[in-house]
Every structure is written in C-alpha cells, then in structure tokens.
Design a protein around this ligand. Structure first.
Ligand code: PEP
Length: 258
C-alpha cells in the first residue's frame, strides 16, 4: 500500500469507451440502449462514452438524465478563434460533455502533440469545466529499454508544472502503454499495477490527498477476459477501452468487471 492509499474513501471505478474514428449513429444507439437496458451495472462503476465529435449531441440526447457520462476524444488548445476544423472546450461543454481525453498516444504520435501542448489542452479543458483524462504511456522501444517510469514521469510533470497539482483534483489519469493499444497484447495486471502505483506515488510526493482520490485508468487491449484481473488491482480504477468498446456486449461485460 502506498502512502497515498491510507485513510482514503474507496475510489469509484470508471470505464470509458474510446471509439476513435469508428462507428456511426446506429452503433451509438445500440450501445446506449444496451447500457440503459441493463439494470445490473455495478453501483461503484461509472460508464463514460467517448464517441467522435459528430455524435456527441445525439449521445447527449439519448443519455438524457440517465447515469451514463459523456466526453470527447480531443479539443483545441485555443479558447476560440479562426482555427478551422477545431473544436473548443466550451463547445464540448455546451454539447453535454463532462470529460475529454488529452494526450492519447495517437494524438502524441500521429499529430505530433508535445507534452507542452497536452498540458495546454489540459488547462483549457478545465477552464471550461471539463474533466481532462490525461493519457500517458511508453512505446514498445521505451518499454524494452526500461524507460517506462522516465517517460511517465516526464509526461506527468509537464502537466503538473503547467496546471499545478491542485488541478489534478478534478482530473483523471490513464496509463496506456503504447505497445498494448490495439495490439491484443495487454500489460499483465502486475505490470500495470506497478506503473499505476508509480503514478500515484509521484502525485503523492506532491499532494497525498489528491493522490489518494485520483482515478487512474488502465488502457491497452482490455477485453472481457482480462478486465476483472486488471480492475481488481489496488491502483487501477477502471479502464480506457478502444476496440472492445465498439461491441455492445463486450463493452457491457467490461463495465460489469469494474
Ligand atoms: C485506446 O484507444 O485508448 C485503447 C486502449 O485501445 P484498445 O483497447 O483497442 O487497445
């Protein structure tokens, strides 16, 4: 048990489905009706949907006042202005989002988002009342070179420096080893727990209270058959799910594993 875990109320679990650029309105309707039909979602689990931008309004409408959460996969680092094609934090907030991903490895890799840009997006999200989910993780090469903690510490510190540790009271963290995303090769529960404990301890070194309450999700090939073993780990508070979130039945099973 880390220092951060002593004398803390139990953290709720959060299971988030990141569709990336997949799916359509029919899939959204199917997934939401599946989730809303079932009355057996565990009480301690919150379910967050992260569909592509064009489906956010429909998702908000379908969710209504039910207990599902809604978020976006990305946002602009600017508050407003002549940024063709971009979407602002206020727009997301007005559309019904409560959460937004920042620093997903696909944004870092494919769109060259730097630690500084990710930190900017984190700040802008919070300014609009959104909870950023800060994604962090090492590549396969960094993993092989045993640089996991170095990389995570760097990605985390950039945001602590820009936003201040207090900002983490209304944020979520996600450990997503890049080598496990979409590869079918998940980190083992022990491997993931070790990195999650490191992340929590890094926060605890600055603020033990925030470290004890912050949710740290695991993402990277979470499936119905490995979700429960991952989610039961002390420092794993749910998952960020890609591929399996596109299948209503699999996503439901993963939510039930929380
Ligand atoms: C993700 O997109 O963040 C992710 C973890 O994907 P997958 O579950 O498919 O590995």
């Amino acid at each position: 048990m880390t220092n951060a875990q002593q004398d803390q109320a139990p953290r709720r679990q959060l299971v988030a489905g990141n569709w990336k650029m997949h799916g359509n309105a029919a899939l959204l309707r199917n997934i939401i009706s599946n989730l809303l039909d079932k009355e057996d979602l565990p009480e301690q689990v919150d379910v967050l949907l992260l569909p592509p931008f064009p489906y956010l309004s429909l998702a908000a409408e379908l969710i209504g006042d039910q207990r599902l959460l809604l978020g976006a996969q990305n946002l602009s680092e600017h508050e407003q202005g002549a940024y063709t094609g971009e979407v602002s934090a206020d727009m997301l907030s007005e559309t019904g989002c409560g959460y937004v991903l920042v620093g997903h490895s696909e944004r870092r890799e494919l769109y060259a988002e730097s630690d500084a840009l990710v930190a900017e997006k984190f700040v802008i999200a919070q300014r609009a009342g959104l909870r950023p989910i800060l994604c962090m993780g090492e590549t396969a090469e960094q993993h092989e070179r045993e640089l996991t903690e170095v990389i995570i510490a760097r990605q985390l510190q950039a945001v602590i420096d820009r936003a201040g540790i207090g900002a983490f009271a209304t944020a979520v963290l996600a450990y997503e080893p890049v080598w496990a995303i979409g590869t079918g090769k998940s980190a083992s529960p022990e491997q993931a727990q070790q990195v999650h404990a490191f992340i929590r301890q890094t926060i605890a070194d600055v603020d033990a209270r925030i470290a004890g309450q912050i949710q740290i999700l695991y993402g990277g090939s979470v499936k119905p058959d490995n979700a429960a073993d991952l989610f039961v780990q002390t420092d794993i508070d749910g998952g960020l799910i890609g591929g399996a979130a596109l299948h209503a039945d699999q996503f439901m099973e993963i939510c039930n594993a929380g």
